[in-house]
Design a protein around this ligand. Structure first.
Ligand SMILES: C[S@@+](CC[C@H](N)C(=O)[O-])C[C@H]1O[C@@H](n2cnc3c(N)ncnc32)[C@H](O)[C@@H]1O
Length: 338
């Protein structure tokens, strides 16, 4: 190996935000959607996107280097294997996530130095306690965030359904359930389960529409509220996906205690979360968890936790961890009231 290889590896890492920007522009222009049926020429793509022809050719060259596009016969561009997940209505799709990352997270992350120096979130540095309150000031930001979350959850759902047997559950309350992506998938798979999404009022419209689209509105509904104040009474089980990682230990404990108060002694609590490795190493999955941890530090002020940290946190809120089932890069952590 050349002695300059480690330095080149570093340079590629340093410049990796450029790839995010290229994918973001492709997502915004809908390049993958335009190529979903058939390969197209540069002229066709320039006309359909309204982009500058010469500049678009250069973007497409970068997309070819990432595998998102390929060159097809007759000077046309086709969708590469990686690019299929950039089609908006594909399953899985990360188009909304590309927009969240390129439009919002990249800007938030540019201030990471301030967060590392102060331990404060981007919102706190702007005088807000809660990043979700700050987000609410821009409805388009809420829409972009919720769409990206729904996409990521849709991606994870198959793994969650394969990892955990929900058959003993009769009613599932999804605390912080957003647009109803997870609850919709669970009750669609299990015909006897009734479901409720509990979230801030601003999620009601998207969740209600999603449940109606799945044809499960007769078994699932939405309740608006604030999980720091209380959680609606659950007759059975509560699930929280990507909620506890948003908050520090004190606020997480408040949410979990509210869940504990809302559920029966024989109830089940399920957390769907990443597990931070106790000793992170140079591994792609570890990197994804560590970067998500920093995203929580800079964003809402939470953290990715290790198994031991989840066990302690659950214990401090009146639960005992009973099992962990890996579900892709996530895990279904089951806990019971003590
Ligand atoms: C990271 S998203 C997770 C959404 C969903 N569970 C998923 O994984 O797709 C966090 C969710 O918490 C909700 N949330 C934030 N603060 C809340 C509060 N005080 N009460 C209820 N829900 C809240 C947000 O609206 C958002 O839907």
């Amino acid at each position: 190996m050349s002695s300059s290889a480690p330095a080149l590896k570093l340079l590629d890492l340093i410049q990796s935000h450029r790839v995010t920007a290229v994918i973001y522009v492709a997502a915004r222009l809908g390049i993958a959607d335009l190529l979903s049926d058939k390969p197209k020429s540069l002229d066709e793509l320039a006309k359909e996107t309204g982009a500058d022809r010469a500049a678009l050719a250069r973007l497409l060259a970068a997309l070819v280097t990432t595998g998102i596009c390929t060159r097809a016969e007759g000077e046309r561009y086709a969708l590469g294997e990686t690019g299929t997940a950039l089609i908006g209505d594909a399953h899985p799709s990360f188009k909304a996530w590309a927009i969240l990352e390129g439009e919002l997270l990249s800007k938030t992350w540019s201030g990471m130095l301030e967060t590392i120096m102060t331990g404060k979130t981007a919102a706190q540095l702007q005088g807000f306690d809660n990043s979700f309150d700050l987000m609410a000031r821009a409805p388009e930001t809420v829409r972009v965030f919720n769409a990206a979350m729904a996409e990521l959850t849709a991606f994870v759902t198959a793994d969650v359904l394969a990892a955990y047997d929900f058959s003993r559950i009769s009613h599932l309350l999804d605390v912080g359930g957003g647009s109803g992506e997870l609850i919709g998938a669970v009750i669609k798979r299990y015909g006897h389960i009734r479901g409720t999404v509990f979230d801030l009022p601003r999620c009601e419209e998207a969740a209600t529409a999603h449940l109606a689209k799945l044809g499960v509105s007769d078994r699932a509904g939405f309740i608006a509220g604030d999980f720091f104040r209380s959680v609606p009474a659950s007759i059975d089980s509560i699930i929280l996906k990507s909620i506890i990682h948003d908050w520090n230990d004190e606020l997480s404990c408040t949410i979990l205690q509210n869940c504990r108060r809302a559920m029966p002694e024989a109830g089940t609590l399920l957390l769907v979360e990443r597990l931070m490795p106790a000793m992170p190493g140079p591994d792609n999955e570890h990197k994804s968890h560590a970067l998500s941890d920093l995203n929580m530090l800079r964003g809402p002020g939470g953290m990715e936790r290790t198994e031991a940290q989840y066990r302690d946190l659950l214990g401090s809120a009146g639960f005992r961890m009973s099992s962990i089932a890996p579900a892709g890069r996530f895990n279904v952590i089951e806990a019971r009231p003590v």
